[in-house]
Write a protein that binds this ligand. Structure first.
Ligand code: CP
Ligand code: NVA
Length: 351
């Protein structure tokens, strides 16, 4: 056990969530249990609305399906109100600084979500906002996604998280590779980052994770050998080989570099674990049924990219439950940082 769960009081009210390690390990654990509780309440048709009269603005400088909808549905379920601002149509960043935007929005809203390229932008918003700011993805970190990933691994495993092992194989120095490594370190897990040289985790992110792992007992492995990294794992994660905002020119080099790191049937076999599950934050290029997938697939003569269609659609794949959990976990973040009912900050919330 990483910490004593019995006597702990957790109060996240008014806290920003800009990267996973903004919260303490106990606080992440609390959010996972609050997510579980909110999910059960919704399933039972007994959801209590804790965000009544709360106004929330969600800012998206990059596209989104899951994160946007998870915030919106989470807010609707909890009785709050939401304004969506996309890449165009507001003054933000163009005629108005993030500082001024943060100060103005704090006058109207009780919480601000932001998705965009730079971590420094969400940090700037948080510095000047007087209400909680949540990171809905930057190039560096994707903290709300990792909460959903941890919840999903917990649900699909009969072991506590600190006994679970998982791999991330692919473009490891992106927001997903980074945040999964830190998440694994925080929860004391056995994590393998599998990527060829050139797209491996940066030293800076590794050092953050290693420092946490030294405290929690997590095992962090970085390797370019899929056989070594996949051996015995409970879960295999991947993500797109080219992330939002990267130029089209990188596709050729990325496909060449990462083809041996595709999650296919052979990779799942390499785990040696017949119960190993496949996970992906989505969206995914597992076939050519999208505009970009078709264009890239035809240009480079590939049927799929980071994961093959047979693995993606197999019984091993838990990606849709993982996507659902975005909503329960994002809802937990909003309730924990904005709701005014003290009960929800007491650590027995899920008993
Ligand atoms: N996983 C994820 O963040 O999906 P969206 O880009 O659709 O929000
Ligand atoms: N690494 C991906 C994650 C998408 C949810 C991207 O940034 O595009």
């Amino acid at each position: 056990m990483l910490f004593n769960r019995v006597r702990q009081i957790t109060n996240l009210r008014n806290r920003h969530f800009l990267k996973l390690h903004d919260f303490r390990i106990e606080e992440i654990d609390f959010l996972l249990r609050l997510s579980d509780r909110l999910k059960r309440e919704k399933y039972a048709g007994k959801e209590v609305q804790r965000l009544k009269d709360k106004n929330i603005v969600i800012l998206f400088e990059k596209d989104s399906t899951r994160t946007r909808c998870a915030f919106e549905v989470g807010i609707f379920d909890q009785g709050g109100n939401v304004t969506y601002i996309g890449p165009s149509g507001s003054q933000m960043g163009k005629k108005e600084s993030m500082r001024d935007t943060a100060e103005v929005l704090s006058k109207y809203y009780d919480g601000i979500e932001y998705r965009g390229k730079y971590q420094r932008v969400v940090e700037e918003l948080a510095k000047y906002a007087t209400v909680p700011v949540w990171n809905g993805l930057t190039d560096e970190w994707h903290p709300t996604q990792i909460l959903a990933d941890l919840l999903t691994m917990q649900e699909y495993s009969d072991k506590p998280l600190e006994k679970v092992s998982f791999a991330f194989m692919g473009d490891a120095r992106n927001n997903m590779g980074n945040t999964l490594m830190v998440g694994a370190a925080m929860m004391g897990m056995d994590f393998r980052s599998i990527a060829p040289k050139g797209v491996q985790t940066s030293q800076e992110v590794y050092d953050i994770a290693k420092k946490i792992a030294d405290f929690t007992g997590a095992k962090i492995t970085v390797t370019d050998d899929p056989k070594v990294g996949l051996k015995g794992v409970d879960f295999v994660h991947t993500d797109v080989w080219v992330s939002m905002g990267e130029p089209d020119e990188v596709w050729a080099e990325r496909i060449k570099l990462l083809k041996p790191y595709q999650v296919n049937a052979a990779a799942m076999e390499m785990t040696g674990n017949p119960d190993a599950k496949f996970m992906h934050c989505l969206p995914s290029f597992h076939n050519l049924d999208t505009i970009i997938g078709k264009e890239i697939g035809e240009k480079f003569n590939v049927e799929a990219m980071e994961v093959t269609d047979d693995v993606f659609t197999s019984a091993k794949s838990v990606v849709m439950d993982q996507a659902e959990n975005r909503m329960h976990t994002i809802k937990a973040v909003m309730v924990a940082t904005m709701a005014t009912d003290d009960f929800y900050f007491v650590d027995d919330c899920c008993l």
